[in-house]
Write a protein that binds this ligand. Structure first.
Ligand SMILES: NC(=O)c1ccc[n+]([C@@H]2O[C@H](COP(=O)([O-])OP(=O)(O)OC[C@H]3O[C@@H](n4cnc5c(N)ncnc54)[C@H](O)[C@@H]3O)[C@@H](O)[C@H]2O)c1
Length: 326
């Protein structure tokens, strides 16, 4: 049905990108992934692929202009990853997006993936019109990039924290709260909740990919908050512990180092999109548990499953090489 429609998934080799590519391919889009393979040494999914850095504006723009839609997921993701090299974070998460958008044709569609981290720490329930309050290089660079995409007339998704195992090719992320708690419950039979009084909106990676697919199929510019539910971190710990038999829950009064605290109101995406998020925390915890218990993830502590830990150990991965092929 959509074979005439060409989609470039920038950052398509990543955790969310893997599911986006799968759904687009199932819907018969002609999909190409553009990715610098920051964490990977290979990309094996049967899909057109361009190995490129988004800081190479000429290369990215040339590829983008061969496509009808661009879905922009690439970047340094999460506060710890962005703290490793703030200059690289600014270049990748903001300058590269700004320079790309300035040259991208206005006749084409742009879908940009941002984060609810732009809200920082606020007690109210927040929506697309609420003030932002970024607390980190990650949040401030994503917010600055959003502004460029909004001026362009693109669709922007502000995601809550994502959970679930992702697709079957891409690197799983175990640095995201639900996945991290699941891995700890299985490995240590114990979950320690630090602080726990913070609110966080959450949504599965699968549901995010479904929203992105719908954004390709319909014309819905503007900012949309995406979340399935708002959870208190302490309650989230209890829910994960209930899924993994024999897990002890320990509350620790040491304040959590991540000060983010926000609830979101997703009425706008419920009003304008037909899709409804369906994957519960419990569903995705059981899927992840099954993968881990089958021994498919040999060492849960490997830095590769955590963006921040990996980049701290391999800061050279952030160096910009003009030509990525040797
Ligand atoms: N996972 C979450 O909980 C979450 C929450 C909110 C927002 N988001 C947003 O969703 C998007 C995707 O996140 P993810 O969880 O899939 O992250 P990820 O780290 O798994 O994927 C990021 C991808 O971008 C690529 N990339 C990084 N720098 C690049 C560069 N300079 N040039 C080319 N490619 C580069 C990486 O190789 C990787 O494939 C990001 O924009 C992120 O801000 C994610």
């Amino acid at each position: 049905m959509n074979t005439d429609c060409r989609v470039l998934v920038v950052g398509g080799a990543g955790y969310i990108g893997g599911l986006v590519v799968d759904l687009l391919q199932s819907a018969n889009y002609d999909v190409t992934v553009y990715d610098g393979l920051l964490y990977e040494s290979r990309y094996l999914k049967p899909c057109n692929f361009v190995h490129g850095d988004i800081r190479d504006t000429n290369k990215l723009t040339t590829e983008a202009h061969k496509h009808d839609y661009v879905i922009f997921l690439a970047g340094l993701v999460g506060d710890p990853a962005c703290q490793v090299n703030v200059k690289a974070t600014e270049d990748i998460n903001f300058h590269a997006v700004r320079d790309f958008v300035a040259r991208f044709s206005h006749t084409k569609k742009l879908i940009f993936i941002s984060t609810c981290s732009v809200y920082g720490a606020q007690d109210d329930t927040l929506d697309e019109t609420s003030p932002t309050s970024p607390l980190s290089a990650y949040a401030s660079t994503k917010l600055a990039a959003e502004q460029c995409v909004e001026d362009f007339g693109g669709t922007i998704f502000r995601l809550g924290t994502v959970y679930g195992p992702g697709d079957s090719y891409s690197r799983i992320r175990l640095d995201l709260v639900v996945n991290l708690l699941t891995a700890r419950a299985i490995k240590h039979k114990k979950i320690a909740i630090f602080g726990g009084s913070q609110w966080r909106p959450i949504i599965s990676a699968y549901d995010v990919a479904e929203y992105i697919l719908e954004a390709c199929e319909r014309d819905l510019p503007g900012i949309f908050v995406l979340s399935k539910e708002n959870v208190l971190l302490s309650e989230l710990g209890q829910r994960v512990a209930q899924c993994i038999e024999g897990t002890e829950l320990v509350y620790n009064s040491i304040p959590f180092q991540d000060f983010r605290n926000y609830k979101v109101d997703n009425s706008k995406s419920l009003r304008d999109f037909r899709y409804r998020a369906t994957r519960t925390v419990e569903h995705e915890v059981f899927r992840l548990e099954s993968l881990i218990k089958q021994g498919r993830i040999k060492n849960l502590e490997e830095t590769i499953y955590s963006n921040g830990a990996y980049l701290k150990a391999h800061p050279e991965a952030l160096e910009y090489k003009h030509s990525v092929l040797v």
